[in-house]
Write a protein that binds this ligand. Structure first.
Ligand code: FAD
Length: 381
């Protein structure tokens, strides 16, 4: 019987293990935490946004590698597979959640499937060494030894490290000669230099954000949250992966993206300062007036082009995803097999693929796990 070892029991590892077992392989999961799937429990604010009806290449920040993999296990197949395992889908504007609205139900059904497929799960187990020779592997663990015909590395990146993704997967990938694109926090807040953010903490405002990344202007729009340290909220999250790779970054916020400059000047000229509170959050107005004064044209410019300097992002403990990882050009997207080492496969966030908010990172975990499991578990005639 073909022996497949999956290192990492997160979303991608569990899905890879189930797929490999369905191919007829004997599968063992090695997980260094006390239980598998910890991160799944905190996804989607405890509800698990496990995929999205609106998915295309623009949802991922890579050169098309992710879509080559996802096309082999797309959204409809994902929904079908989860439904077969027991998850009834609930769509909120195309964002899919389990009907139970409990992320724990996703983990429960995956764990049930592990049992059904007779997959061995070794928790609190660390890898001490892996030797490979002629396409076979010898693993020395903290509690024994294992032989494998194929290995799937699914250790995640560095985001939310208390769930187990502590970056040790990069060291395992490096053992096999793989190179790592420097990991930085993705989908998290951005720290800004300006002191006035302390006064703005807690404000939520519909805004457009522009970030100057090298010579390119990147733009996102949506609900921006102002915090004591800087800015947060989904539009900020989407830009953070770029900002994290720069020392500083000039950011421009438009606090009234749906109103033109001329219209805004007209409003400011025909209303008094006390009436402006009907247009913009009171605390924010205070900072705007202090910064730009009462002259309508200057104030309108400040509202529509509020410039701040980003000096970094929140750290990995607050990040939802890792941007960076094992370089995609060292992996075959048709199989998720390493181009360097035969029978070594990759899945999930360990790879240099990250997606936007909205179920896209879990979809990457399912699809890459599926493709890796299918090919690692395949019994050659
Ligand atoms: C708070 C939060 C909310 C999120 N919400 C969503 C959402 O709603 N929708 C969405 O699409 N995405 C969401 N994400 C992102 C998504 O959860 C991840 O991209 C996805 O779970 C990654 O799966 P993974 O299996 O690749 O890695 P991980 O989930 O990080 O799993 C890696 C596993 O490998 C184990 N491991 C690591 N190193 C070793 C080793 N050396 N030996 C043995 N085991 C090891 C870890 O303990 C862990 O169990 C969220 C993330 C966070 C943090």
């Amino acid at each position: 019987m073909k022996k497949v070892v999956v290192i990492g029991g997160g979303a991608s590892g569990l899905f890879a293990a189930i797929t490999a077992a369905k191919q007829g392989a004997f599968v063992t999961i090695i997980e260094h935490k006390d239980r598998v799937g910890k991160k799944i429990l905190s996804t989607g604010n405890g509800r698990c946004n496990y995929t999205n009806a609106y998915l295309n290449a623009s949802c991922y920040y890579d050169n098309g590698f992710a879509m080559e993999v996802i096309d082999q296990f797309p959204v409809d197949k994902t929904l079908e597979a989860f439904k077969e395992m027991g998850i009834w889908p609930k769509s909120r504007d195309g964002y899919y959640y389990p009907h139970s609205d409990q992320a724990s139900s996703v983990l429960d059904i995956l764990r049930y499937e592990l049992e059904k497929q007779k997959i061995v799960v070794k928790t609190e187990t660390m890898i001490q060494s892996i030797k490979s020779s002629k396409g076979q592997f010898q693993l020395t663990l903290t509690n024994g030894k294992l032989k494998a015909d194929a290995i799937i590395l699914a250790c995640g990146g560095l985001a939310a490290p208390t769930t187990g993704s502590d970056g040790s997967g990069y060291e395992l990938a490096k053992l096999f000669g793989h190179k790592i694109h420097k990991p930085v926090p993705g989908l998290t807040g951005v720290s800004c230099e300006e002191k006035f953010f302390k006064e703005l903490s807690g404000i939520r405002v519909q805004a457009k954000i522009q970030a100057k990344i090298k010579d390119k202007l990147m733009e996102e729009e949506g609900e921006v949250q102002l915090a004591a340290y800087g800015i947060s909220g989904i539009p900020t999250f989407q830009l953070c992966r770029y900002i994290a790779r720069q020392k500083t970054c000039e950011i421009t916020l438009d606090f009234m993206p749906n109103i033109g400059y001329i219209e805004l000047v007209d409003y400011l000229q025909t209303h008094t300062k006390d009436q402006y509170v009907g247009m913009i959050n009171k605390k924010l107005l205070g900072v705007l007036l202090k910064r730009y004064g009462e002259q309508p044209k200057k104030l309108a410019q400040g509202i529509k082009q509020f410039k701040v300097t980003a000096i970094g992002t929140s750290d990995f403990t607050k990040a939802q995803v890792t941007s960076g990882g094992v370089y995609c050009d060292e992996i075959n997207p048709q199989t998720m097999q390493s181009n360097l080492v035969p029978n070594l496969y990759f899945a999930g966030e360990l790879v240099d693929v990250d997606g936007k908010c909205g179920g896209y990172n879990l979809q990457w975990a399912w699809s890459s796990g599926y493709v890796a499991g299918l090919n690692a578990g395949r019994i050659d005639e």
